[in-house]
Design a protein around this ligand. Structure first.
Ligand code: BT5
Length: 325
């Protein structure tokens, strides 16, 4: 579903008129359609979750908007220059990352965002599954075209993690923690996963897709037993619903700001900030990467986002990717 037409304009007008009623006649004149057409648009909006007060003599006024990932709602909350300005919102889709990859074949602009209320084939890294139940999380992907070598792509995953962290702080006042390399944690449990995929040539990225999954209003039973013990949601932790549209808009805003910072000043400020919010450093860790295990103290993150682990024998091992426990 893409943003569109008269319906969105009617909604936008009703939104800006706030407490004031707008008559069917005024709306029909303004949009040059019949009053029945206006009535149909209002009903279609009601089907999407909008609530209106309607009054025989006065007309319509907007009473409440749904916390759904609808283009009109996201745009209304969005405060960015280009990230999220081109939006593709789906009710149900396999994976937003896969859809984003398909969209890149159409030369969509940088910053294009794909969202889904539900993913039926949400992906984690290395062919793993990302559970994405309906209307409770934020499952979305951002298309970027940084002029970097594929080797630098982990820095974009760091940008995404920081953005989610900052957006959570803004919307809830709470501090999440970053876990190397691609997780955002809350009270020690996984709240968000990031999957960065790309199409690249030898030394230049053609496009990069940052897939972000945030468990916002999931309750315990929304996740299968296999992950329930290690995963959490904002609702589980804060015992209240969190507005998904607001959180998405704030994440996209932060992402655009960090991406601009990265383009202007390189990765150092990003890595520095990321380290400050990182829960992995200073801890005893076990890293599994491919068939290899590394165990030691997570000591630092280097300029390429690799984790430096001090082993028992005093040597330092550099991990480029892997799963930390
Ligand atoms: C990740 O992989 O954490 C990356 C997840 C990225 C998901 C987003 S949603 C939008 C976009 N479109 C996609 O198709 N994907 C991206 P990884 O580090 O490999 O972690 C995957 C593991 O996390 C799984 O094997 C489970 O153990 C666990 N898991 C699955 N779903 C979860 C959830 N909703 N919450 C917490 N943990 C989950």
């Amino acid at each position: 579903m893409r943003k569109g037409g008269a319906e969105e304009e009617i909604l936008s007008l009703l939104r800006t008129s706030g407490e004031k009623y707008l008559s069917g006649e005024a709306l029909s004149k303004k949009f040059k359609v019949s009053r029945t057409a206006i009535w149909k648009h209002i009903h279609s909006l009601m089907d999407q979750g909008y609530e209106f007060e309607s009054h025989t003599n006065l007309g319509y006024r907007l009473q409440s908007v749904p916390d759904l990932l609808l283009p009109a709602e996201i745009e209304n909350a969005l405060d960015t220059k280009y990230v999220g300005r081109e939006l593709y919102c789906f009710n149900e889709i396999g994976s937003t990352n896969d859809m984003a990859a398909r969209l890149t074949e159409k030369e969509v602009p940088e910053g294009t965002v794909v969202t889904a209320e539900k993913q039926t084939a949400g992906k984690g890294r290395l062919g793993r599954t990302w559970f994405s139940p309906e209307r409770s999380g934020l499952w979305f992907s951002v298309i970027l075209r940084p002029k970097i070598s594929p080797y630098h792509s982990p820095k974009l995953t760091f940008i995404a993690g920081l953005s989610v962290h900052d957006a959570i702080k803004k919307v809830t006042g709470e501090d999440a923690e970053l876990k190397w390399p691609n997780d955002v944690m809350f009270h020690g449990k996984k709240l968000c996963g990031i999957l960065t995929e790309m199409k690249a040539e030898m030394d230049i990225v053609n496009y990069l897709i940052i897939g972000i999954g945030i468990n916002v209003n999931l309750s315990k039973n929304d996740l299968p037993d296999s992950v329930r013990g290690r995963a959490t949601s904002l609702k589980i932790e804060l015992k209240r619903d969190v507005q998904r549209v607001k959180l998405l808009a704030e994440t996209l805003k932060s992402l655009e700001e960090y991406y601009e910072l990265f383009k202007q000043e390189g990765p150092e400020p990003i890595i520095r900030k990321w380290k400050r919010k990182c829960a992995t450093l200073g801890r005893k860790v076990k890293i599994q990467s491919g068939g290899e295990f590394v165990e030691g103290i997570a000591e630092d993150i280097d300029g390429d986002c690799a984790l430096l682990v001090r082993l028992a024998d005093g040597t330092v091992k550099r991990a480029v990717t892997g799963d930390v426990s």
